[in-house]
Design a protein around this ligand. Structure first.
Ligand code: PLP
Length: 350
């Protein structure tokens, strides 16, 4: 299928001139800076935050690009992954006219971003194994579909979606195909970054919120063809990545071994948690997980959920999601947290 980005892009966005910040217009590091109305006497805090950050977070992109072997200019950085999700909807979907296709049960923000922008949401449910029903999904995509949101490993189900099925969607559509890989560090395979060179309509999302343990810093990433990344950069708020986030992520990138160790520990804890949960009579099903959480079907899940809250163990009730009756989503915690969870679940079972 032929892909024509200019046909997908909303015309006013093609025409608009982006905001040009002070730091866009003068990029030198040395000088007397009287161009951005900052406070020249510095901050009211002990550390100095008086100067605007690099609007393109070039150092972060260069270092992360080097680490994963990806062209830094094809990396977009957002205030969490939620920002590229929202910007993609705003760049491509004409409110009241266009639609996005989502595959529930899945991550809630795709729907929220579409709804916020008055963009119709069409759904093609995942099958009973939470895999893509390729024919149904392709049928659901119509001439007004601008974006298909896929998520692998999928939240809240935890499974990786079959690689070949995502490729089928890519090969048979000419709208933007987003593959959200927030949990890819926990999965043994299925990284879609290498496919970006093959598919100009593919956008891959990653985040520092999960494996890197930096959820509070709010740094999400989008990867795609230069043309798509240029559009996101054109419409983003000028200084969307604050200086603390830039500095802390640069520091984090020096410690990839720490991230890998944490992932290994979480995977070991997940295996242990599966074994323990499987022994309980109230547990009806534990779905296979390639992520740092488990979707678990309980007998009487409402009661289990409420009981755990009474014990101040908070899990996520996903039982109202399609195909998820009786299911709670449990993040894998530390060894001790998992033991606490299991202690209460065993007591509940008695
Ligand atoms: C947690 C999560 C994200 C990450 O969101 P951030 O805004 O980057 O914290 C993205 N997608 C999915 C599916 C997630 O579960």
């Amino acid at each position: 299928m032929s892909f024509d980005l200019s046909k997908l892009l909303r015309p006013h966005i093609a025409e608009m001139k982006p905001y040009s910040s002070a730091r866009d217009e003068y990029t030198g590091a040395e000088g007397v800076f009287l161009d951005a109305n900052e406070n020249a006497y510095g901050s009211t805090t002990s550390e100095d935050f008086s100067r605007y950050p690099d609007p393109h977070a070039k150092a972060v992109k260069a270092k992360y690009g080097q680490l994963i072997g990806f062209n830094p200019s094809q990396i977009f950085l957002g205030n969490g992954s939620d920002e590229p999700i929202d910007l993609l909807v705003r760049a491509f979907c004409n409110p009241g006219v266009d639609n996005v296709v989502i595959l529930p049960p899945t991550y809630g923000m795709y729907k929220v971003s579409a709804a916020l922008n008055n963009v119709t949401i069409k759904t093609a449910l995942l099958d009973s194994d939470f895999q893509i029903d390729v024919p149904k999904t392709l049928e659901t995509i119509d001439e007004n579909t601008k974006i298909v949101f896929l998520c692998s490993p999928n939240n809240p189900t935890g499974n990786s979606v079959h690689y070949k099925d995502i490729v089928s969607i890519l090969q048979n559509t000419n709208c933007i195909v987003v593959v959200d890989q927030a949990y890819i560090d926990f999965a043994p395979e299925g990284n879609f970054l290498p496919e970006i060179k093959n598919y100009p309509h593919l956008v891959v999302l990653r985040t520092f919120s999960k494996a890197w343990g930096l959820a509070a810093l709010r740094l999400g990433m989008a990867f795609g063809s230069q043309a798509i990344i240029d559009i996101l950069n054109k419409i983003k708020p000028p200084y969307n990545i604050n200086v603390l986030t830039q500095l802390k992520v640069l520091e984090a990138l020096d410690g990839i071994d720490k991230k890998d160790k944490a992932v290994a520990q979480i995977l070991a804890n997940r295996t242990e948690l599966v074994q323990q949960l499987a022994k309980l009579d109230i547990v009806k099903k534990i779905y296979p997980s390639d992520a740092n959480y488990l979707l678990v079907v309980f007998e009487n899940s409402d009661k289990v959920f409420g009981y755990l809250i009474e014990k101040q163990v908070i899990v996520r009730d996903r039982s109202k999601e399609p195909g998820c009756a009786g299911a709670l989503r449990i993040s894998v915690g530390t060894t001790q947290e998992n033991e606490t969870l299991m202690k209460y679940l065993k007591e509940f079972s008695l």
